[in-house]
Design a protein around this ligand. Structure first.
Ligand SMILES: [Zn+2]
Length: 568
């Protein structure tokens, strides 16, 4: 049998088929969730994994709590008239029945922005950006909890970039996972998301008087069934090790990039590896399409239980996510621009040995990439697979339209999706033929088995990571941009910053991005290094200069500054 080679067209066909199913419900109701599209996409993946020639293809069913918005609406309420706004609820929030509320602007939810504001019994208009395209700023400011404490009656999350609402949880993944997904953790405030222009309309009304909204959200919680789709490619028995290749298939809306293109890729990669002669398959490969990442990693928990008995034999869980986007970032005026590169491909790995594999493949295919996080737990997107302690590797690229209805197929060109699959193919091939136990022994996953019998080898150093043979930039890092919130900071209240864009050679870790705030405080308080965004607090008003430094792997440093005005 000839070895199967996928093409741009074969990948595109699956993507468009999956996207069509995902969008059938229309508007904000589309998405692969605990709904009809979820069941249909599961069947599609099941049929196509069988068709691809995998063995033992099965649906791993599990039950989970299903929070569902049965009815939702938001309108501007004026002179007894209601003017509807396009709004979408945050998952796992409490309902509210046709209630008219006064709106209060709480900025990004920092203490300074809320200072002196009467929030009790009102609908808080909360501004929101996404740090690195995917972390909602309210997760960093703790705004939802603060608003709950301050007695808000509801929250309206306003997207600062897009004119559409977004999909997001009101609670953390951890909160959902606490009960094994069996209980929906209800956040006790109704929360809705809206787009930028509708938010600005509310702000305009507030500037000249009172803004009132009518908010309605009817939710149900029930028990539902969902499934992971799992298939195997047997090895020739040479090695007892197993490679897991997976990715989530659920989505907020259409989800072309997040994560249906990767699902199209999994089908085609499965078909490719299943067609290899047995002699070229020393290890078994398990392919898994996993349900529920967006809603709290329910499928990841079920899959982890199935893998647990043989976790010590897993070479790697390779997580395929966000495949093939054009790069967009935000400039210092807050405008979105095309970078001229692919969207930065982030490498998250539980060892440098695995990161090396990823760098090599990305360099070989000319995909602009950096190391995202020092936190290997993220390699499983906060999930239970990395908690098994197994080696984990994630390549992820989430463009700026992520988790909105703007995540459409036209933003992910066929040639970029194909390139990412070629990277995946190279990485899986290397894992398949890697020396016995090499990735298991070099694994530095904090959850790994520390028993004396567990094989152990020193991990490689940052210096041993490969050098880009076709540098992205000849000199030091260039085109540096960063974001700052809030726009009008006040004393004794956090200012939060994160990089928007730069082009640089081989950033190894997040600590290669550093900051100065023109502030004595940064010398007193240790910088918040754990997270992807950092910041400071100013004690005196005035004009402040914030500077971001980026160091490349050759030690060359560039910087960029912005001035902000801090008031009492
Ligand atoms: Zn997502």
């Amino acid at each position: 049998m000839a070895v199967y080679q996928y093409t741009e067209d074969s990948l595109r066909k699956h993507l468009l088929n999956l996207y069509e199913i995902s969008c059938r419900a229309g508007g904000l109701d589309c998405g692969v969730r605990l709904n009809e599209a979820g069941r249909e996409v599961a069947s599609y993946l099941y049929e196509n994994m069988r068709e691809a020639g995998l063995d033992n293809v099965r649906q791993q069913f599990f039950t989970t709590a299903r929070w569902w918005p049965e009815e939702y609406s938001l309108s501007i309420h004026e002179d007894g008239q209601d003017k509807p706004i396009v709004a979408f609820p945050l998952w796992y929030t409490k309902g509210i029945e046709n209630t008219v509320l006064e709106v209060v602007d709480v900025g990004y939810g920092t203490s300074g922005e809320m200072r002196g504001k009467d929030i009790k019994g009102k609908a808080a208009l909360l501004h929101m950006k996404r740090i690195f395209h995917f972390i909602q700023t309210f997760e960093r400011t703790g705004a939802l909890e603060k608003l709950l404490k301050r007695g808000a009656a509801a929250v309206i999350v306003m997207d600062e970039l897009h004119n559409v609402p977004g999909g997001m949880l009101a609670v953390s993944h951890k909160e959902v996972m606490k009960s094994g997904g069996k209980v929906a953790p209800i956040f006790p405030l109704p929360c809705m998301s809206i787009g930028k222009t509708d938010g600005q309309e509310l702000l305009r009304r507030m500037a000249t008087g009172k803004a009132l909204v009518k908010i309605h959200l009817k939710v149900s919680v029930s028990e539902a069934e969902a499934s992971n789709i799992i298939g195997e490619i047997p090895g020739n028995g040479e090695s007892p090790e197993i490679i897991i290749v997976g990715g989530h298939y659920d989505s907020w809306f259409g989800g072309a990039l997040d994560n249906l293109a990767s699902q199209a890729g999994l089908i085609e990669l499965a078909r490719h590896f299943a067609s290899l002669p047995l002699s070229k398959r020393p290890r078994k490969i398990i392919f898994a399409s996993i349900f529920g990442h967006e809603f709290g990693n329910q499928g990841h928990m079920a899959l982890a239980e199935e893998l647990r008995p043989f976790k010590d034999r897993i070479t790697c869980f390779y997580d395929v996510d966000g495949s093939g986007s054009i790069g967009w970032e935000v400039d210092h005026e807050g405008r979105i621009f095309e970078t001229g590169y692919n969207d930065i491909c982030g490498i998250v790995a539980s060892s440098n040995a695995l990161a090396k594999l990823a760098y090599q493949a990305l360099y070989d295919h000319d995909i602009f990439s950096i190391r995202f996080y020092d936190n290997a737990h993220i390699a499983d997107l906060d999930g239970p697979l990395s908690e098994l302690g197994i080696p984990t590797l994630l390549l992820i690229s989430k463009h700026i339209f992520y988790h909105t209805p703007l995540d459409t197929p036209d933003r992910i060109p066929p040639e970029l999706v194909k390139k990412r699959m070629d990277v995946n193919r190279q990485i899986i091939s290397e894992l398949l033929t890697s020396p016995p136990q090499y990735y298991i022994a070099t694994n530095t996953n904090p959850f790994r088995d520390q028993s004396p019998q567990a094989p152990k080898l020193p991990d490689i150093s940052n210096e041993e990571l490969p050098v880009n043979p076709r540098p992205w930039v000849d000199g030091p890092p260039k085109d540096l941009l960063f974001e700052v919130i809030p726009e009008k900071p006040r004393v004794f209240s956090p200012v939060i910053v994160w990089r928007s864009h730069f082009v640089s050679e081989g950033i190894a870790t997040i600590s290669d991005i550093s900051w100065s705030f023109g502030n004595l405080l940064e010398k007193i308080f240790p910088k918040m290094r754990q997270g992807p965004a950092t910041g400071t607090i100013y004690l005196l008003p005035g004009t402040k200069t914030i500077r971001m430094f980026v160091k490349d792997r050759h030690g060359r440093v560039s910087s960029v500054e912005r001035k902000i005005k801090v008031t009492w």
